[in-house]
Design a binder for this molecule. Structure first.
Ligand code: ZN
Length: 93
């Protein structure tokens, strides 16, 4: 897994985490066809204000099933998890 990032002052902190299928579809496509009950993109904004959140795996990355809460939206529904990453955007607090 590799990231291409522009460093400023040598400080960029990438947080690696696992995201649910809905979050990954939304992050990758900007849309979710049939989101789980209660899922909404606002949850991502709420959990990660001022952060840029992306899908970190490539198309060959295999999902793994987990009951752990989705780190992106906070959903506690069990399901597939995919690698995601987040970093704070320039100019945000
Ligand atoms: Zn999620």
């Amino acid at each position: 897994m590799a990231y291409l990032l522009i460093e400023r002052n040598g400080m960029i902190n990438v947080i690696e985490m696992n995201g649910c299928t809905d979050c990954v579809m939304y992050l990758a496509n900007g849309d979710v066809e049939e989101p789980a009950d209660g899922w909404s993109p606002e949850a991502i904004e709420r959990n990660w204000p001022g952060y840029h959140v992306v899908v970190a795996g490539d198309e060959n990355t295999e999902a793994h099933f987990s009951w752990q809460a989705c780190a992106v939206c906070g959903s506690t529904l069990g399901g597939n998890r995919y690698p995601c990453a987040a970093w704070k955007c320039e100019g945000t607090k």
